[in-house]
Design a protein around this ligand. Structure first.
Ligand SMILES: [Zn+2]
Ligand SMILES: [Zn+2]
Length: 425
């Protein structure tokens, strides 16, 4: 954001009331063109709940923006005009396309949605009566208008997906390449023994039968989609049984309103972390871990970490270790040969209650933010770890490293202008 200084960059004009100087516009459109950024001129008209461009504003857009669009090599240019609780926008998208903005989302806690005028009253399904007593009809409408992704549909992710569907979230994007295993049944909500083909996969079954079971068991995303649809008649579910590290799948996250990260992988963590800061989509990383040493349980914790765009990220806080990235980037074949890990997802100690603690906190945090209930004192990202063995809660305010390559200026808000750390084939 570059502020125009009154009397220097913003002066009396010959046609309208006030205008930006030609040199101020020229300097800034050059920066945009060089860095492949959109150019938006922002001013305000005062007022409260309603706002729109004046005739003078529109005339100046029509005079100036075709040329700016040209200089910016077709990357969009346009203008926003604000009132205290409203915003209007005139966007020039290239190739003769021009659009008004319907609404603008302020990605903060609490989260705000602004439009050119008061948002129309919405009719809410009376089935949500007990919830609208907390969030109001407007809050319930925000949930219905939300598109939320869940990455990883194992123990934690399956709970998140069910919670979101029951809360009335309108659209879910569920991503996980794995099929259900009999050892997942104690934790994955909605999973049936028939999904896991347990009758083929018992330890005393012949190897070939077990192989058939492994091959044809249900995808975890299909189970989660079934649970979601049983909970809600209106939820739209996109179930993706593939890895989020594939470029076209990663792209599906970039227009979501929130991402819940429930996959235990450093590569996936790095990707989702990048999307948060590059595309301004907040995420919450959840997990539970049981540490065992010499056959003895030494520590248990569940954790929920919500990250807002621009705040300290998982990388700044040492949660994307380089050794783990390297280890995961080697092929499964190689890994097995080097005996780093063996099916760690399947055999790591885990229990449904630990996941539930992390997940309740994670979805609650998000709900308070989008429902507008979060108090100013609680409006920063705070990561909470619960250790049930010692009954301790540990709170961490994430640190921010200004030079961080993940959340710093090389990636922050770059959108399609920067590459995502996906796996190329
Ligand atoms: Zn104006
Ligand atoms: Zn960072």
């Amino acid at each position: 954001m570059v502020l125009a200084e009154d009397g220097v960059d913003y002066v009396a004009g010959d046609r309208g009331y006030r205008k930006l100087t030609a040199s101020f516009v020229a300097d800034n459109i050059d920066v945009c063109a060089e860095e492949e950024l959109a150019y938006l001129a922002v001013h305000n008209h005062g007022g409260q709940a309603e706002v729109g461009f004046s005739r003078t504003d529109m005339a100046s857009h029509e005079r100036g923006y075709p040329a700016l669009l040209d200089i910016n090599d077709g990357v969009p240019v346009g203008a926003l005009v604000f009132a205290t609780g409203a915003v209007a926008g005139d966007l020039w998208l290239g190739e003769g396309e021009r659009a008004e903005i319907a609404h603008l989302r302020v990605v903060d806690r609490p989260q705000l949605t602004l439009a050119p005028g008061p948002l129309p009253a919405t009719l809410v399904d009376p089935g949500y009566d007990r919830q609208t007593r907390i969030f109001g009809d407007r809050g319930q409408a925000v949930l219905k208008g939300s598109k939320v992704a869940v990455v990883g549909l194992g123990g934690a992710g399956s709970l998140i997906s069910e919670y979101l569907a029951r809360l009335g979230v309108g659209e879910l994007v569920l991503i996980d390449p794995d099929r259900i295993d009999p050892t997942n049944l104690p934790r994955v909500v909605g999973a049936r023994r028939s999904d896991a083909l347990t009758w083929l996969r018992g330890p005393r079954k012949p190897t070939f039968l077990r192989a058939v079971g492994d091959r044809f068991a249900a995808f975890k995303v299909r189970i989660a989609a079934r649970v979601a649809r049983e909970a809600s008649s209106t939820v739209r579910v996109t179930a993706v049984p593939r890895s989020v590290l594939e470029p076209d799948i990663a792209a599906m996250l970039t227009d979501c309103d929130h991402i819940f990260l429930a996959a235990d992988s450093a590569l996936v963590r790095r990707l989702v972390n990048s999307i948060t800061h590059q595309y301004l989509v907040p995420h919450t990383q959840v997990g539970a871990k049981v540490s065992v040493k010499d056959g003895k349980v030494t520590d248990i914790f569940s954790v929920s970490r919500m990250s807002s765009p621009g705040s300290g990220c998982l990388q700044c806080n040492g949660l994307i270790p380089a050794w783990k990235l390297t280890e995961e980037a080697t092929s499964p074949e190689q890994r097995r040969r080097q005996r780093y890990i063996q099916d760690d997802d399947v055999h790591a100690p885990s229990v449904i209650t630990l996941n539930a603690v992390a997940v309740s906190r994670a979805v609650d945090d998000w709900l308070m933010a989008v429902g507008g209930l979060v108090e100013p004192a609680a409006s920063r990202d705070r990561w909470v770890m619960y250790h049930p063995m010692t009954d301790e809660f540990v709170e961490v305010d994430p640190a921010k490293n200004e030079k961080c390559l993940q959340c710093g200026s090389t990636r922050f808000a770059r959108g399609d202008g920067a590459a995502l750390p996906v796996l190329m084939r």
